[in-house]
Design a binder for this molecule. Structure first.
Ligand SMILES: Nc1ncnc2c1ncn2[C@@H]1O[C@H](COP(=O)(O)OP(=O)(O)OP(=O)(O)O)[C@@H](O)[C@H]1O
Length: 366
């Protein structure tokens, strides 16, 4: 974790991953889906970037674009850049790409069965990957597979080596997929909602394991979640996504202490806290995410925003560096903590509206 100004292990070193103006659109019978619509991100070695947003905000499309495993119907628009260690992934040959996958870049999916083959033993799956990428002989690959299973906390690894995925619990299966994902020491690991399918205790264990492995290996990591609470104590930096865009990006502590975007504040208010009595209702975000098919002009959060003004319905705010720090940016015309942002919020609250008005809600929300 970093200091307030964002200085931490990895800070100051070269970017491992740089995403610039990434746009991924889908042509569908219902219209054009702008799933990712102009995203800029960076991850440094040894740092974890948390990517947070509600369902449909484009988190998975973003991670799939980085991994180059998008659905065939996806269109990556010209001008989009994804650079890993300075290499533009859009221009590498399919052969090089095959080698990047696993060795430079790796991913842990929500559902372990996405990465595991049900008809192959755990051992076979691990050793095949190790032999393909690292050119190990059979005995060395087996020894390395057992070492990896031990590293991710699988009890009786030699016995598990000969078992099939269905012989393991959900949590153990996710540990195996993590072993697979880190088997070739990737420089960047993307974990897309890696604990959604697991119960709460196991969720913590898996997240702790990922954090531990990331720190030991000085990997860059992108941890994707819809729950800001999950990344609060684990990510160095956080990017908040809304409707295919990043609306706020900052070192984690700064995001929590000086959030600028009203959507970030709403997400923070929705985190359960031990200090709140169990009967306390969590603040929920009124309204629903906007349609990303032919979206209306203006800020996509305007319909749900307690600070929204007429300008927010006409113009789209760009992600701009805040006065707090060069590492903190937000896309809002009336940012929290600024005199005009606070007065916009107070005017709306005094008028008894949680967004800019019911007319906006009816027009823009699905
Ligand atoms: N293959 C596809 N064809 C058309 N639209 C798609 C496709 N894949 C994703 N989308 C759309 O892109 C948008 C972003 O989807 P994405 O899966 O990235 O959201 P998400 O933030 O990961 O949501 P969740 O947390 O539910 O996984 C959604 O509106 C989704 O319907």
């Amino acid at each position: 974790m970093d200091d307030l100004d964002g200085t931490a292990p990895g800070a100051g070193s070269e970017e491992l991953l740089e995403v610039r103006d990434l746009r991924v659109w889908f042509d569908t019978p219902r219209g054009l889906v702008r799933a990712v619509d102009g995203i800029d991100l960076e991850v440094r070695p040894g740092r974890t970037l948390g990517v947070v947003g509600e369902s449909g905000s484009g988190k998975s499309v973003l991670s799939r674009a980085i991994m180059k495993i998008l659905a065939p119907s996806a269109r990556v628009l010209p001008g989009s850049e994804i650079r890993l260690n300075g290499v533009d992934l859009a221009t590498v040959s399919p052969k090089t790409n095959k080698h990047l996958w696993g060795v430079d870049l790796s991913m842990v999916f929500q559902d372990p069965m996405t990465s595991l083959t049900p008809v192959l033993t755990i051992g076979k799956q691990l050793t095949e990957t190790l032999r393909y990428h690292l050119d190990l002989d059979r005995a060395a690959a087996k020894a390395e597979a057992i070492r990896l299973l031990t590293l991710v906390g699988i009890p009786e690894p030699a016995k598990r080596f000969d078992q099939y995925p269905h012989n393991l619990s959900g949590g153990m299966r996710q540990r195996v997929t993590i072993a697979l994902a880190i088997s070739c020491s990737p420089k960047l690991l993307i974990a897309d909602e890696p604990t959604t399918a697991l119960d709460v205790t196991v969720q913590h264990q898996i997240l702790n394991l990922l954090q531990e492995l990331q720190q030991k290996a000085n990997m860059g990591m992108i941890l994707i979640t819809h729950d800001l609470g999950v990344v609060a104590g684990r990510a160095d930096d956080i990017a908040v996504m809304y409707a295919g865009r990043v609306v706020e990006k900052a070192p984690t502590r700064q995001l929590f202490s000086h959030m600028r975007h009203p959507y970030t504040r709403a997400l923070i208010d929705a985190i359960p806290r031990l200090s709140h009595p169990s009967h306390t209702h969590l603040a929920s975000i009124p309204g629903r995410p906007p349609m990303i098919i032919d979206p209306p002009p203006g800020c996509s959060f305007a319909a749900r925003c307690p600070s929204a003004q007429a300008r927010c319905l006409e113009e789209t705010p760009a992600l701009e560096i805040t006065p707090d720090s060069p590492a903190h940016s937000a896309a809002c015309f009336f940012p929290l903590g600024t005199p005009h942002g606070e007065s916009a919020r107070e005017t709306n609250l005094a008028a008894g509206v949680t967004a800019a008005g019911t007319a906006i809600q009816a027009k823009d929300v699905i």
